[in-house]
Design a protein around this ligand. Structure first.
Ligand code: PRP
Length: 220
């Protein structure tokens, strides 16, 4: 790969839920990953596509922005939550793909009755967004950084509240939590490494056009 890295464009796509919505859009954009990309048992992370110069990496949704910011990938599909959490200046964010619609919220136990004047402990995957959000309100919080399952943290008395993504709301209900504040509306965006955009603009612009056309088709 390193031999022809500069000739290839690498697109980072997220594993999991978003991928299910992304694949139909990629098909409309006529970006077709090789067959083994769809085999979840395949442990490879780098795949080819129907476009000879376009390679695809399949990574954790939280890591897409980092892969693109550090130039491991040139393009990525990343949630607005992750983009705001990392705030990488290296990223250009030209297209809202309007998939992965959800929001980032504060939630607390149904029977919450704690005095908010004490320092709140908040379990979250998003310490930067959470600290900024509360700092603007003049509230000092203690974030406990977690990578998942934070919905159980208040019940276990290790946190007062959580800040996490809400889609259907089922996970909150199942864990006796209620949403109290919406911090950020989230969709997935096409993101581009700014340096790659300058040095390999022709191919990257082609990919942007493919996605824009697919979105127009979707909306028409
Ligand atoms: C996300 C999020 C919540 C859940 C919300 O987790 O962290 O736990 O989805 O969805 P809902 O409102 O439809 O119940 P996800 O299942 O993507 O897995 P993760 O915790 O591994 O990120």
């Amino acid at each position: 790969m390193s031999d022809n890295r500069s000739e290839n464009i690498i697109i980072a796509v997220p594993k999991g839920r978003i991928l299910e919505e992304l694949i139909p859009l990629m098909k409309k954009a006529n970006i077709l990953p090789e067959k083994s990309f769809f085999d979840n048992k395949d442990r490879r992370l780098l795949f080819s596509s129907n476009i000879p110069w376009l390679k695809i990496i399949r990574v954790r949704s939280f890591d897409v922005a980092t892969f693109v910011a550090f130039g491991g990938a040139d393009i990525g599909i990343a949630g607005f939550d992750v983009l705001r959490e990392f705030n990488y200046p290296e990223l250009y964010i030209p297209i809202d793909l309007n998939i992965g619609v959800c929001h980032l919220s504060v939630a607390q136990p149904k029977n919450y009755n704690k005095n908010d004047n004490v320092q709140l402990k908040i379990a979250t995957k998003y310490p930067n967004i959470t600290n900024n959000y509360y700092a603007e309100k003049g509230i000092n919080v203690n974030c406990i950084k977690m990578n998942g399952a934070m919905e159980i943290a208040p019940k276990l008395e290790m946190a007062d509240k959580i800040v996490d993504l809400v889609s259907s709301g089922k996970t909150l209900i199942a864990n006796d939590l209620v949403e109290i504040e919406n911090i950020l509306d989230v969709t997935s965006h096409l993101v581009i490494n700014r340096t790659a955009f300058k040095t390999r603009s022709e191919k990257i612009r082609d990919i942007m056009i493919f996605f824009r056309e697919a979105l127009n088709e979707k909306n028409s």
